[in-house]
Design a protein around this ligand. Structure first.
Ligand code: ME8
Length: 535
């Protein structure tokens, strides 16, 4: 049986996003998956692991070719422009720390794709045949008749793709075929032995049922257009865009060019995908790897769909809201936080401006931001901005220490292992609530009025406890909101003693007493400005 990522010792924790089609600019849906991958990889970096995070663009195929034609430029010119002017700038804007960005038009990719396909051909895994059937250019996929929808209105009398709700095209071509049908039993065995391979459970069930029904061989070349990687032994054909695209996960990490690097990185521990492209990743991709004797990925994790008007948000069906419009209003960090916090990963969810505003105000501004500013203000007011010693800790403080330990365990398990971002973030915000409750009960502003040494020791203890709690929150929320954590870190005066927040270990976050007595606490920038002040 092929080894999974986690079985290999010093291998990098390797996470990928889908490589996106560049027929248009990125929208909220693309950003959703990419932010999730960024949070996951930042989390693992803060566990002290070696990490590799890959994203990129899918640039061949009919969909891109037609878009470029409609815009009167060559496909490559179109892709160059979109990648440089829209895709890469958005990832930078959203603070995505990908280690590499692969484009399928790059030579490092195309040459290796040809080699991979040639290998399959040499192994007898590919044969020539003919095919006729409905094809959706939006999906770049042959469809079965059973899954098509009956068109209505402007599409009356036509058959529609169930995802794009647009008419399919009938294709008849001479193609090369991959013997996918032979891999059904091996795939089912793998799903059985690795129940974690497909996440969530509903996605796993869907794939298992699909494979149980029997797989058909897969057409892996196209011969009626030429925007793609040429089939090595027959240059009248280009390689089917999905075979080309899936191989990015291998070519980007040294497949066929840098064996040592390839072994250090491949296979992916997690392929993040939307559920629209689950089968390509959970069926075709592992079968391709099996056919070529390569190890299988650890997990295919499907995120649900961001919905609009009851349908999957897509390029032709947008909310009219771009990621940049939301970041302009709420800030980049709140944007990164919101979608992961509000939607259970794997489930569908609807974006709503009202929900975002409400959560921003209650959790970010009131709970978290206020806690940070109150604590800094009180250390300033009562101790001249120098963090005092906690000499009089008791039961109330122990409850906070225990609450933190619980939050760290839970967040690490949920985010780091289960990809339950919402649950993991909630664990940290429950702790924020606990610290707020602690401050309300201890009422340091009242204790401050008593000048006795006992009261002053209590006051110091309360403020130290709150500041040390914030130190841990900054560490735990850094993967989600790096800019905010940096600001809080500065305000706590932590860096001169502890180093940068991004270098703090998740596993060490609950170790109490790291913020040194005497640290310089300043009332820094407001972490989450009131929304009305922003526009
Ligand atoms: O499928 N909700 O590219 P693509 C959540 N090139 N996620 C969404 C979404 C939505 N409404 N819309 C898009 C392709 N996504 C291929 C991939 S990989 C070898 C090739 C996200 O530009 C989600 O991750 O259509 C989905 O799978 C991906 O964008 C599809 O991007």
């Amino acid at each position: 049986m092929a080894a999974t990522g986690s079985e290999q010792g010093s291998k990098a924790y390797y996470v990928t996003t889908p490589i996106y089609y560049v027929n248009d600019a990125p929208h909220l849906g693309h950003a959703y998956t990419t932010v999730a991958g960024d949070v996951l990889t930042r989390w693992h970096r803060q566990r002290g692991e070696k990490v590799w995070y890959l994203t990129g663009t899918d640039e061949h195929g009919q969909k891109i070719m037609r878009t470029a034609e409609a815009n009167g430029v060559s496909p490559l010119e179109w892709c160059d422009k979109l990648v440089e002017e829209a895709w890469k700038p958005l990832w930078e804007h959203l603070d995505i720390k990908n280690d590499d960005f692969i484009r399928t038009t790059e030579k490092r990719h195309t040459e290796r794709v040809r080699e991979f396909v040639q290998d399959l051909y040499d192994k007898g895994e590919i044969y020539q045949g003919g095919y006729e059937g409905p094809y959706c250019v939006g999906c770049e996929e042959y469809k079965t008749y059973g899954e098509l929808l009956e068109g209505e209105g402007e599409f009356a009398g036509q058959k529609l793709c169930p995802i794009h709700r647009a008419p399919v095209e009938m294709l008849q071509e001479e193609n090369y075929f991959f013997k996918l049908s032979e891999y059904g039993p091996k795939l089912l065995e793998h799903y059985e032995q690795h129940p974690e391979f497909i996440q969530p459970e509903s996605a796993r069930n869907e794939v298992v049922n699909f494979v149980r029904q029997g797989l058909e061989d897969l057409s892996i070349s196209r011969s009626t257009f030429d925007w793609g990687v040429k089939v090595p032994w027959d240059d009248k054909h280009v390689i089917y865009v999905w075979i080309d695209a899936l191989l990015n996960y291998a070519t980007a990490v040294g497949y066929g060019s840098d064996q040592e690097r390839f072994e250090r990185t491949f296979p992916a521990d997690v392929h993040l995908v939307g559920k629209d492209i689950l089968r390509f990743h959970a069926v075709i991709w592992p079968a391709m790897l099996m056919a070529n004797g390569l190890p299988l990925p650890g997990k295919i994790a499907a995120n649900g769909w961001l919905m609009v008007g009851g349908e999957k948000m897509s390029k032709s069906n947008l909310t009219g809201i771009s990621p940049q419009q939301l970041t302009e209003h709420f800030g980049v960090d709140a944007y990164r936080w919101y979608f992961l916090r509000a939607i259970a990963f794997g489930q569908d969810g609807s974006f709503s401006w009202e929900d975002f505003s409400a959560r921003y105000t209650s959790e970010l501004a009131n709970d978290y931001g206020n806690l940070a500013s109150r604590v800094a203000a009180m250390v300033g007011k009562y101790f001249g901005g120098t963090l005092p010693e906690a000499k009089a800790a008791g039961e109330a403080e122990q409850a906070v220490v225990d609450g933190l330990a619980k939050a760290v365990d839970e967040a690490d398990r949920r985010i780091g292992e289960e990809l339950d971002f919402s649950g993991g973030i909630a664990a940290v915000f429950d702790f924020v609530k606990q610290v707020n409750g602690y401050l309300t009960e201890q009422a340091p502003w009242k204790v401050a009025k008593d000048e006795s040494p006992e009261a002053q020791a209590r006051l110091a203890t309360i403020l130290y406890t709150a500041a040390e709690s914030l130190r841990a929150c900054a560490v735990l929320l850094n993967p989600v909101m790096p800019e905010t954590s940096g600001k809080l870190w500065d305000s706590l005066g932590a860096e001169p003693h502890l180093g940068p927040v991004s270098e703090q270990r998740v596993g060490d976050a609950a170790r109490w007493g790291q913020l040194p007595v005497g640290a310089t606490v300043t009332k820094g920038a407001v972490l989450f400005p009131r929304l009305e002040e922003q526009k």
